[in-house]
Ligand binder design. Structure first.
Ligand code: FES
Ligand code: FES
Length: 197
């Protein structure tokens, strides 16, 4: 007679995880989820709401790919439990702009070609928006330092920096003479001399 195995051999059956209702305000929309209390905000967004713009990189607070805005402040959503945000206003990359009207940062990332694979990009943009909201960075060095929690494995940092700097300059947050508009910061490439015969 055949036997149906419902749990891994040698292990006791596991009771279903307890869930609780959690109300979240995400990108201006109210959602009620029934989730285990230990569900991270990142998993709530991706696994329960299909808001997959927010990326899971390390899942340990090391890479910044999961950055979202909570009441205007940037956080690593992999390190934060969804149940703690019931009274918060959560913004993800999907809520920063629309397809018809991108946010200034989204547009600048396109103008400056500030990505390669794009995996870090939503986190970079949300983090840059948080940086702007904080109002602490006043020059290039401070922008570099305060964006250092967002890792780009493709190494698109020069173009990410120029995109962020352009938006901050346009908003009067950076007072530097250097022009950061798209194309203005391209490195000059010296002409290649033909080999001598
Ligand atoms: S996935 Fe959250 S910091 Fe890397
Ligand atoms: S663009 Fe690929 S990781 Fe940043």
């Amino acid at each position: 007679m055949s036997q149906v195995t419902q749990v891994p051999l040698g292990r006791a059956p596991v009771a279903p995880a307890p869930t609780q209702p959690v109300s979240l305000n995400i990108n201006g929309q109210a959602h009620t989820l029934h989730i285990a209390p230990w569900t991270t905000l990142l998993d709530a967004l991706r696994e329960y709401l299909d808001l997959t713009g927010t990326k899971k990189g390390c899942d340990h607070g090391q890479c910044g790919a999961c950055t979202v805005l909570v009441d205007g402040k940037r956080i690593n959503s992999c390190l934060s439990l969804a149940v703690t945000h019931e009274d918060s206003r959560i913004q993800t990359i999907e809520g920063l702009g629309t397809e018809d009207k991108l946010s200034p940062l989204q547009q600048a990332f396109i103008d400056h070609d500030a990505f390669q694979c794009g995996y870090c990009t939503p986190g970079q943009i949300c983090s840059a928006q948080g940086l702007i909201n904080e109002g602490k960075a006043k020059n290039e060095a401070e922008v570099r330092e305060l964006m250092s929690g967002n890792v780009c494995r493709c190494g698109a940092y020069p173009n990410i920096l120029s995109a962020v700097m352009e938006v901050m300059q346009n908003e009067g947050l950076i007072m530097e003479d250097k022009a950061w508009s798209a194309g203005a910061t391209e490195p000059e490439i010296a002409p290649v001399e033909p080999p001598k015969k």
